[in-house]
Ligand binder design. Sequence first.
Ligand SMILES: [Zn+2]
Length: 275
Amino acid sequence: MRRCAVFFHAHPDDEALLTSGTMATLAAAGDRVVLVVATAGEAGLAAGQLRADGGLGGRRRAELQASARALGVSRVEVLGYADSGLATAPSPPPPADRLPRLADADVAAVAATLAGILTEEGADLVTGYDVNGGYGHPDHVAVHHIAAAAAKLAGTPVLLEATVPRDRLLSWAGRVNRLLPAGRRVDLTPWAQAYSAAADITHRIDVRAQARARRASMRAHASQATADSGARTLGVFTKVPPPLFGAVFGREWYRQPGLPPTGHRYHDVFATLER
Ligand SMILES: [Zn+2]
């Protein structure tokens, strides 16, 4: 049976890092994959020239489309909320006639929009983020609340929160960091409390067969790999050599809220779908 999965993300490139392997796996199996992104990521980091052009949002929408093509996505929607920027460097609020920053938006209103798409698609599954919003970006925390509310509104049977086991993330990032010159290493201190404890993860999906699609998806987001200062996460990750890439990016993780803590891990995102 052809099923439909809607992957909800905060910014273009989040799908590449967190769920691209799952998306490519489902699309290759003939399931319908829909990608909904709340913002165009116009506050993302980029090299000075790109920001000076003022065209980062448009550039990132185009990159998102290229990533979606690489993954076999059937439909892409950008909701058009403003990128809130980092908690430490918030972006200015948009003009009153535009949609607000995602972190300022009314959760129920955004959830209603997302629920409309879930209903239209007859979605079997929607993804959001863990309660920490991964590494704590205000827009990612918002996605946690919006996805949960939308799944409830639309009656979508499975809600999965995309996450990463934080211990593995820290150990991998440390390995990747050591490949880089000292001045280009990523500060891992803020990641110590990010994402999820391994015990809270309910789904571990093997995406090793989709390494090529994942890499193409990451490479599509070229603007995020070219910041002037330091190495951006994506820039670091696309530099991982192919043999290591499979080991580092061979799995994706999710947490299904409300599942009893049996310690069992599912290996199929639709495992808990009752049909
Ligand atoms: Zn993001």
